[in-house]
Write a protein that binds this ligand. Structure first.
Ligand SMILES: Nc1ncnc2c1ncn2[C@@H]1O[C@H](COP(=O)(O)OP(=O)(O)OP(=O)(O)O)[C@@H](O)[C@H]1O
Length: 263
């Protein structure tokens, strides 16, 4: 058994459940003959402290699954548990308020918690240090690069005191070099804070670079077709032969799925 799965088993033995659990979750959009079954009895655990990547062809229901876990929508059937954890979500677009400073964008997440103004500012500065943007608090989002804006979005997610991060292709719009740097950052922060991460991507190498497991979804309807443990030592490099080899095998499986659906 792989290291992360063993950790999960240990958690269970200690009575700690997974950070996220989906049990036979289905999601139907619309009704009757015009209805669309986006997810069909998907069961999936994300262990406490585990990094799980979700991979699948376009339209297989990855974003639907994340929005259900985030509580933005309800499943048609099945159960979702987030183990009382605080969940934060991050998207491909950082969705920052352009008229607010970087610091104020992060402070917004703290305002909801009734933290005093001075403390909000100090904590926002700490979160910016964590994502290596110390000193950028007074800038506006448009003054930053795409990668820097995603760092701010990550800082804002952390400010929500989340222990579960749901990430929907967060680095999809970035160039390869910036993405590599952010992979390193995210891995460090995940470790330091013992976060549980559910990370959606189209990019197989990215999934292997980051994940303890790569879960493959089929399309129409979305079902879990395979769950690949990734046991390569960390830190990994996206361009390493080991990552390429494992990504190649997963890509072959993904291709089979896509062909099966004629897409
Ligand atoms: N609000 C909605 N109403 C109706 N159908 C929807 C809705 N949201 C998503 N769908 C449909 O559900 C299916 C799954 O969509 P979803 O966005 O979850 O897939 P995805 O795997 O994230 O896609 P992509 O990789 O292209 O982002 C698609 O066929 C989509 O058209």
């Amino acid at each position: 058994m792989t290291a992360p799965l063993t950790e999960q088993a240990a958690d269970r033995a200690e009575g700690r459940g997974p950070a996220v659990r989906l049990e036979a979750v289905s999601k139907m959009y619309g009704q009757g003959r015009t209805g669309l079954l986006a997810l069909d009895e998907v069961s999936l655990d994300v262990g406490a402290g585990e990094f799980v990547c979700l991979l699948g062809a376009s339209g297989c229901g990855k974003s639907t699954l994340l929005s259900l876990v985030a509580g933005l929508d309800r499943p048609t059937a099945g159960r979702i548990e987030a183990d009382g954890g605080r969940v934060a979500m991050m998207f491909q677009e950082p969705a920052l308020f352009p008229w607010l400073t970087v610091s104020a964008n992060i402070e917004m997440a703290l305002r909801a918690k009734g933290v005093t103004r001075a403390e909000r500012r100090a904590r926002a500065a700490e979160f910016l240090e964590t994502v290596h943007l110390g000193g950028f608090g007074a800038k506006r989002p448009h003054e930053l690069s795409g990668g820097m804006r995603q760092r701010v979005a990550l800082a804002r997610a952390l400010a929500q005191d989340a222990d579960v991060l749901l990430m929907d292709e967060p680095f999809g719009a970035l160039d390869a070099m910036t993405r590599d740097l952010l992979h390193d950052e995210l891995e460090r922060i995940w470790r330091e804070r013992n976060l549980s991460v559910l990370f959606v991507t189209h990019n197989v190498r990215e999934a292997v670079r980051l994940g303890d497991r790569v879960v493959l979804l089929s399309s129409r309807p979305g079902r879990v077709v395979e769950d690949f443990p990734v046991t390569l030592e960390r830190p990994r490099r996206t361009d390493s032969a080991e990552v390429a080899e494992q990504a190649g095998r997963i890509t072959d499986r993904l291709r089979e799925e896509v062909m099966r659906h004629g897409r």
